[in-house]
Design a protein around this ligand. Structure first.
Ligand SMILES: [Zn+2]
Length: 305
């Protein structure tokens, strides 16, 4: 039993390792002078870091994926050969110059004898014999690791199958929740969004009407030359509404009057027609800003006027 699991894991490692070489090759095609900056190969799992200044586009990611899957379906052979370091470098093998190699190195080349080689690297790892054994390759994510270094996470073989199953389940759960088929999800979401917008609009206009009707019928104290001084915190319906929203409506309702509106938090606005709002605020030591006809601010002293 244990042996069986080990073989499975080893196969997963081989698939991921050969796919890593293919990924390295494809990245070299689309990014100038990119270098491998570290990699981790596990059971059908690839973490590949490479130098690159900007994120790959979705189109580039899709292209890499498609190219690698095409190489997998072509069933190209993966050749392992030992040769001298000099021979390997002459053959164009990718080597990491930070690493020390012996006189004799192992070279992994992927290709088809008569056709050109699509990947050649110095490598001591275990690999599949033929690219078709990888089964399938899927990029799961890309992210920045540090400045100028990006990371791709990719799956091969059974991990891709499990990933598809998970995505399928997610899609199914969303469909169930929305009570539609997976193909109808977008349509359904668009419809819900439109409905929500409509409800929001209706709510906004209802809110405005309520505030307007309360303000129109409100009794305020008249004092210091003002027609009305109103503490809106006394009105339960207005308490639930944003002070700024109330002001916008109050501007229309009290157009042409001298009005002070405030709440228990000390938020206030002074609208005036024939009083200099700025000078009035200054005379009362109120902190706020605005023009000669409108002063807004927050100051608890407003309650003492
Ligand atoms: Zn390798």
């Amino acid at each position: 039993m244990k042996l069986k699991i080990d073989i499975k894991k080893r196969n997963g490692n081989m698939r991921a390792h050969t796919a890593t070489h293919l990924l390295h090759g494809e990245l070299n095609k689309i990014i100038k002078n990119t270098k491998q900056a570290g990699s981790l190969v596990d059971n059908d799992y690839i973490r590949f870091d490479f130098t690159c200044k900007k994120a790959l586009s979705n189109k580039e990611i899709q292209q890499i994926e498609e190219n690698i899957n095409n190489i997998i379906y072509e069933g190209l052979s993966v050749n392992k050969k030992e040769m001298s370091l000099e021979q390997a470098l002459q053959a164009g093998a990718k080597a990491f110059f930070e690493e020390k190699y012996g006189d004799v190195v192992r070279v992994i080349s992927i290709g088809n004898g008569e056709k050109k080689t699509i990947s050649i690297e110095l490598c001591g790892g275990t690999h599949v014999d033929n690219t078709s054994q990888i089964g399938i390759f899927k990029i799961i994510s890309q992210e920045a690791v540090s400045s100028g270094v990006r990371r791709i996470i990719a799956y091969t073989g059974t991990k891709v199958y499990n990933y598809i199953k998970e995505q399928d389940k997610l899609l199914q759960d969303i469909s169930d929740k929305l009570d539609c088929t997976s193909k109808q999800i977008i349509e359904k979401l668009n419809k819900s969004q439109k409905e929500l917008e409509q409800i929001k609009g209706e709510y906004e206009s209802m809110k405005q009407n309520i505030v307007k009707s309360i303000l129109e019928n409100i009794d305020g104290e008249s004092k210091e030359g003002f027609d009305k001084i109103i503490n809106i915190s006394k009105y339960e319906e207005l308490n639930k509404i944003n002070f700024k929203d109330i002001l916008n409506i109050a501007k229309q309702v009290f157009d042409g009057e001298n009005i002070i509106i405030y709440n228990n938090d000390g938020n206030f606005v002074i609208f005036t027609k024939n009083i200099n709002a700025k000078e009035f605020a200054k005379s009362k030591g109120l902190k706020g800003g605005g023009t000669n006809n409108i002063i807004q601010g927050k100051d608890h002293k407003i309650k003492q006027i």
